[in-house]
Design a protein around this ligand. Structure first.
Ligand code: AMP
Length: 226
């Protein structure tokens, strides 16, 4: 079962992907995380993408498709992949379809997380992450229970993303509407799109996604049984 979480920056894709990892043993493939890791370790590719990412623009299809291909090759036997922040262009969507079909493990569902833009600014600008385990928090909506200590791993170091400023977010949103939102129509036309309300409580969104994932896997077994 392979799933795409589709939505603008701050829609909650990463948070929901992490829950699917914890609860179902799926593997999260976040191109944003991969690119940030490449920057941090100072690889040549990391240096190339740094400015583009800070400006809130998209890096080239070639780079991100290469990253995804590498990960799919490394982990052929997992229960499923959750694509978080990928694909973001039609070229990436086509490449993903070819890669998954080539593995004999086609896409199961595309879940759009819908949120309005005003909510995104507040969400993104207050966001911080545990440097040890990656748990995501928010200054007002979801602070740590004990100030300065991660609820999940007890870590005491937190990071904020360079591109989580209001200015960069505006550019990331523009990129989303120009290049990524056409994927909503694309997957709708393929009969694969479902939508959840990304503004609902985290657990309510998780429940809605779990229902869709359950439905999509039972559709697949029904199709196999026919
Ligand atoms: P994210 O963590 O998904 O918000 O991604 C952070 C930044 O990484 C984006 O603003 C882009 O600059 C870059 N990026 C991540 N995924 C992609 C992708 N699929 N295509 C192009 N650029 C990407």
């Amino acid at each position: 079962m392979n799933i795409i979480l589709l939505g603008p920056p701050g829609a909650g894709k990463g948070t929901q992907a992490r829950r699917l990892v914890d609860e179902r043993g799926f593997v999260q493939l976040s191109t944003g995380d991969m690119l940030r890791a490449a920057r941090k370790s100072g690889t040549e590719m990391g240096l190339i993408v740094a400015d583009v990412m800070d400006r809130g623009e998209l890096v080239t299809d070639e780079i991100v498709i290469g990253l995804i291909r590498e990960q799919l090759d490394l982990k052929p036997d997992v229960p499923g992949f959750i694509f978080d922040g990928f694909p973001r262009t039609l070229a990436q969507a086509d490449a993903l379809e070819d890669l998954l079909n080539g593995m004999g493990r086609p896409l199961g569902a595309v879940i759009e997380m819908r949120v309005d833009d005003d909510a995104l600014v507040a969400r993104v600008t207050g966001r911080f992450t545990c440097a040890s385990c990656g748990a995501v928090y928010h200054d007002t909506n979801h602070p740590t229970e004990q100030e300065g200590v991660c609820d999940e791993c007890g870590g005491t170091e937190f990071t904020r993303r360079e591109d989580d400023t209001e200015e960069a977010l505006r550019r990331r949103l523009m990129e989303y509407y120009k290049k990524t939102s056409p994927l909503i129509g694309y997957y709708y036309a393929k009969g694969m799109l479902s939508t959840v309300d990304g503004l609902a409580e985290i657990t309510a969104v998780a429940r809605a996604i779990a229902d869709l994932v359950g439905d999509a896997s039972s559709d697949r077994s029904a199709a196999r049984a026919l």
